[in-house]
Design a protein around this ligand. Structure first.
Ligand SMILES: Cc1ncc(COP(=O)(O)O)c(C=O)c1O
Length: 402
């Protein structure tokens, strides 16, 4: 079998969205509520990765033999698959990177007009530190009282000195969803570009680059039911064309001599070295998987779970909730008088896996006036039973800590 013959992901769309049985790493009775950190992998993705390494493996872009030519076609087909998923104009707008972190570092480093960037108070460290390292002047947009990026404040802060605005599409702590269209209008009104950090939106919200009207968009594969080590930077073609390569090596060149080297056009110019071939194929399989379920169905499912979780947690004395009611797939909370690490440890004893800590968002923690929060985040495999387990676990936390 060649890599091109791989069977299509089998998803039965008549089944309800509880997809637990597709995920071999989630044993019965274990409530996995840490999808915002990384999603579990469906068997279809594991099979695609095993097949790529097991039966069809070869390098890409260089081999003169059939297996390598097939793998090159499959790798480039994965790029086309990603472009379709993101509503990009063409596969040439898709740069494969290691993850969202690398995508943002790449733009912060290579965008030619490095002046002022407007970030927000809720950004992940991956959307703060790269701009600092690359020497940008950083301004910080505050949040509304319910934890959204305050776009009225952004409108008042933006000046023609800003050449970039970089916001999370969905907050990894609060689950708040950005009004991306308005953010794009505000950025463009002062001549700035808009980068959207799509780590938490790509697994939850159908994407359409043209409709969002942003200029750059980053995604991490491992949060989208795909493998680690692969992600995507989408950029408007005219912006990618104007950006110099940021890493040199094989595959990104046109001609090399000691006197003068010329480079391949985008996206190849930005993919130095042997790429994460199997990662790209695994990501394409993950996209097959989520698209067969449907992003709208996933969004509706997770929104319902967020509503149930917030309602149930509100009923537990001494629980404080963060973020807006209509959060996408993520609920952060604290139990009064108990450190979130203790909450997480006791929940683990009850077979409930949550995240506890600063979530790589120390400036947001400072803004909220806490060191850390507990966070439950949902995926296609979760159901109301996981929320019951979470609430039972928190009742036990309250008993143990008096
Ligand atoms: C909003 C957000 N941005 C960026 C990142 C960094 O993603 P990665 O570590 O996959 O590059 C994360 C991961 O937690 C995230 O949630």
């Amino acid at each position: 079998m060649t890599v091109l013959d791989r069977p299509l992901t089998q998803v039965d769309s008549a089944r309800p969205l509880d997809r637990l049985s597709d995920f071999p790493a989630i044993p019965a009775g274990w409530s996995y509520l840490d999808t915002a950190a990384t999603s579990q992998k469906p068997q279809a993705v594991i099979d695609a990765i095993a097949r790529a390494y097991g039966e069809t493996y070869a390098t890409v872009h260089r081999g003169v033999y059939a297996r390598s030519a097939d793998m090159t076609i499959a790798y480039e087909a994965a790029r086309t698959r990603v472009a379709g998923f993101m509503g990009a104009g063409s596969a040439d707008e898709i740069v494969f990177v290691r993850g969202a972190t690398e995508g943002i570092n790449f733009v912060a480093h290579s965008y030619p007009d490095k002046r002022r960037v407007l970030l927000s108070q809720l950004e992940h460290h991956s959307n703060i530190v790269p701009w600092q390292l690359a020497g940008w002047q950083v301004d910080v947009c505050p949040l509304t009282s319910d934890g959204r990026i305050d776009l009225d404040a952004a409108a008042a802060m933006l000046t023609p000195e800003h050449s970039m605005v970089s916001f999370a599409h969905v907050s990894n702590v609060l689950g708040s969803v950005l009004d991306a269209r308005r953010a794009a209008e505000l950025a463009h009104a002062v001549g700035a570009k808009l980068l959207l950090d799509g780590c938490q939106s790509a697994p939850r919200i159908a994407l359409d680059m043209a409709a969002l009207d942003c200029d750059f968009y980053v995604v991490s594969g491992h949060k989208l039911y795909g493998p680690t080590g692969i992600g995507v930077l989408w950029g408007r073609p005219e912006l990618l064309d104007a950006m110099p390569p940021w890493q040199g090596g094989g595959a990104m060149i046109d001609r090399v001599s000691f006197e003068h080297t010329t480079y391949a056009p985008a996206p190849g110019r930005f993919e130095a070295g042997t790429p994460h071939i199997v990662g790209a194929l695994g990501l394409a399989a993950a996209i097959d998987y989520v698209e067969a379920i449907g992003l709208d169905a996933i969004h509706a499912h997770e929104t319902a779970l967020v509503g149930q979780a917030r309602e149930a947690l509100r009923g537990v004395n001494s629980v404080r909730l963060y973020g807006p009611e209509d959060a996408a797939g993520i609920v952060s909370f604290n139990v009064e008088g108990v450190h979130p690490h203790d909450v997480g440890t006791l929940l683990d004893e009850e077979q409930v896996a949550i995240r506890a800590g600063h979530h790589c968002c120390q400036p947001l923690m400072a803004y909220l006036g806490v060191d850390a929060t507990a966070r439950a985040s949902f995926g296609v495999y979760n159901s109301a039973a996981d929320i019951d387990a979470l609430v039972r676990g928190i009742e036990r936390v309250r008993k143990v800590f008096g």
